[in-house]
Design a binder for this molecule. Structure first.
Ligand code: ADP
Length: 599
């Protein structure tokens, strides 16, 4: 029974406590890390996507301004190619004066149109006139037959090309248109060169990096120094060979721009780590193709909000995780506590049951002991009761022998009948004593008639009653059916009667009253005497164990205590009171309804 305490703590022994705590901390940290990481990443990507959308808007604006700029000059070479003066100079032999006039004209037109240079190439690609004829880097007299725009114009009527000026070293966009003779034959090309200093100047105000790359992925316009002439991707050998024949970037060395995509958001939007001129950095990289020119516009932006968004989201997720974790822990502990409580309750109940059983055994023992003690006290009278018929038998046997000797057979037969009666009386008494002395288990329930219980008790006490010369009045309203344990009820009654006998001993007219009557749902059995009653101060104590007013040896003081216990176990009550000149004990027991209703 005492093993219940370790049993309470004994569960959960599968994993030791320190290990459990370590695992819990590990789970807490892992969850925290995961939640913060995932939330951070998610928030970062969302922020980058949002920023990317903004950047894309801006990029579209830049693309628009570039296209507008080019479009302004797109038709210029075609219009100039129609000039008869131009055609004439290409068809006839070169006349210095004519050439001078054309140089002046181109110079004027160039200034008016706002282009960078205007030049006229003959059918071999030789520049015969140019707007920059005055400058030391004049194109006049140089051959540009190797430039792809010239070949394109000769083949298809128009051409365009972005290249670094062979003479000037200044990069620009060349737009060319064919000049046709009388028979519509190719006689030369009118070329306009556009440089974008203003555009680059304007773009350089931006905090973002803006790049324009050609079809091969070479950056040729950049709004910040160090980014121009960088290869965005490796150029194959034939590409390189072509670039050297067309002298596209002429003597400009090209360096690769190393970049790694960290996250791709689709639609030309990505996060990339770039080895830029100012060192490595992460950029939000937006790309927008310009199909009309075969170029691609790029915008590289240092992500602003992403880091702080990620940090905020991480912290929020971490907080949420911690809250959830501790909530779960709290709930778990509560559940465990409830379980422990439940277990201890169950164990307590078991304990109570065991103790109750032990108590019952003890009580059964006590009842039996009290009964045997009473029997012991009654034994002298009982022995006497048995001895009397034995002595009588002895005498009868002697006279029986005489009768037989004298041959009085008929007399002897008659005398034998009396012997039978005596023996039967003895057998009844000893049989009753045997049953009475038997130990009965508590909780026994049988259907009983109170009147017979009274009879049997009086039988047991017959010798004592006779010796005391007590007058007994009985008023029994029988049958009085109750349910209980016959022997134990007899024990109660024997106790009450013996106490009454003790009380009336030595009184002038000793009397006992025994009544059984119905009182609502119970039967009331009363034993009254005229023995002087119980002292007022003793009344509340008579049922206490070991309370006695009798001299040592005569009383143990447990008779009423045991009787009280027996009656209560049967669902009844036992009371003591005083009346006229004696005590009255009232025993009340519930009616056995089932038996009563039986015919
Ligand atoms: P015991 O008879 O051994 O003393 P009981 O428990 O039967 O123990 O009785 C306790 C006490 O109650 C008695 O000693 C006596 O003082 C008192 N008592 C019981 N019955 C009577 C009675 N009929 N008249 C007067 N006193 C009584």
């Amino acid at each position: 029974m005492l093993s219940s305490a370790p049993a309470l703590q004994g569960h959960h022994t599968l994993i030791s406590r320190p290990l459990r705590i370590a695992l819990l901390i590990l789970l807490l940290l892992a969850g925290l890390f995961l939640a913060m990481h995932l939330a951070g990443r998610q928030a970062e990507h969302q922020a980058l996507r949002d920023e990317g959308e903004q950047a894309r808007g801006q990029l579209t604006l830049y693309a628009g301004s570039l296209r507008t700029l080019i479009d302004r000059f797109r038709a210029l070479p075609a219009v100039l190619a129609l000039d008869p003066e131009v055609r004439r100079i290409l068809q006839g032999p070169v006349d210095n004066n004519q050439q001078h006039q054309l140089n002046l004209k181109l110079e004027q037109m160039n200034r008016a149109a706002g282009s960078t240079t205007l030049e006229l190439l003959n059918r071999d690609g030789l520049a015969v006139a140019a707007s920059n004829w005055r400058s030391p880097t004049s194109y006049v007299g140089h051959n540009y037959g190797f430039r792809p725009y010239f070949n394109e114009t000769r083949a298809h009527g128009s051409g365009r090309f972005y290249a670094v000026g062979v003479i000037s070293g200044i990069p620009g966009y060349f737009l060319a248109s064919a000049v046709r003779g009388e028979q519509d034959e190719f006689v030369g090309a009118m070329v306009v060169k556009l440089e974008f200093p203003e555009l680059e100047q304007e773009w350089s105000q931006s905090a973002d990096i803006i790049l324009v790359s050609d079809a091969r992925g070479v950056v040729f316009i950049a709004n910040q120094p160090g980014w121009r002439y960088r290869e965005l991707q490796a150029i194959p050998a034939e590409g390189r060979a072509e670039m050297s024949t067309t002298r596209q970037y002429d003597k400009q060395p090209l360096a690769p721009l190393i970049h790694n995509t960290l996250a791709d958001f689709g639609d030309g939007s990505r996060l990339a780590r770039v080895d830029g001129p100012a060192g490595q950095a992460d950029y939000l990289w937006e790309s927008l193709p310009l199909p009309s020119e075969g170029w691609t516009l790029h915008l590289l932006r240092t992500p602003q909000d992403a880091a702080s968004s990620a940090r905020n989201a991480s912290l929020a997720a971490g907080g949420a995780w911690l809250a959830l974790f501790f909530l779960a822990l709290f709930l778990h502990q509560r559940w465990r506590l409830a379980r422990i409580r439940q277990r201890s309750r169950e164990e307590l109940e078991q304990l109570v049951e065991q103790r109750t059983a032990a108590l019952r055994t003890a009580q059964d023992g006590l009842i039996q002991a009290a009964k045997l003690a009473a029997l012991g006290q009654m034994s002298a009278a009982l022995a006497h009761e048995i001895n009397q018929p034995l002595t009588a038998l002895q005498m009868h046997l002697a006279s029986l022998r005489l009768m037989l000797d004298n041959g009085h057979l008929e007399q002897a037969r008659k005398a034998l009948t009396r012997h039978d009666e005596l023996l039967q009386r003895m057998a009844a008494l000893t049989g009753h004593l045997k049953t009475y002395a038997r130990k009965t288990p508590g909780g026994l329930r049988e259907c009983l008639e109170l009147g017979s219980v009274v009879d049997k008790s009086l039988q047991l006490l017959a010798p004592n009653l006779r010796d005391a010369k007590v007058e007994i009045s009985q008023e029994l309203n029988v049958p009085a059916w109750i349910s209980g344990d016959a022997i134990r009820l007899e024990q109660v009654l024997v106790n009450l009667l013996r106490n009454a006998l003790d009380a009336v001993a030595g009184k002038p007219e000793p009397r006992l009253w025994i009544t059984v009557q119905r009182d609502a749902d119970s039967w009331l059995l009363q034993v009254a005497d005229n023995g002087g009653g119980i002292a007022e101060e003793d009344l509340p104590r008579v049922f206490d164990p070991f309370f006695t007013t009798k001299p040592a040896g005569a009383g143990l003081g447990i008779g009423l205590a045991v009787s009280y216990a027996i009656v209560h176990e049967l669902g009844g009550t036992l009371n003591a009171a005083n009346q006229a000149d004696g005590a009255v004990f009232s025993l009340r027991l519930p009616v056995d309804k089932v038996r009563e209703e039986m015919p």
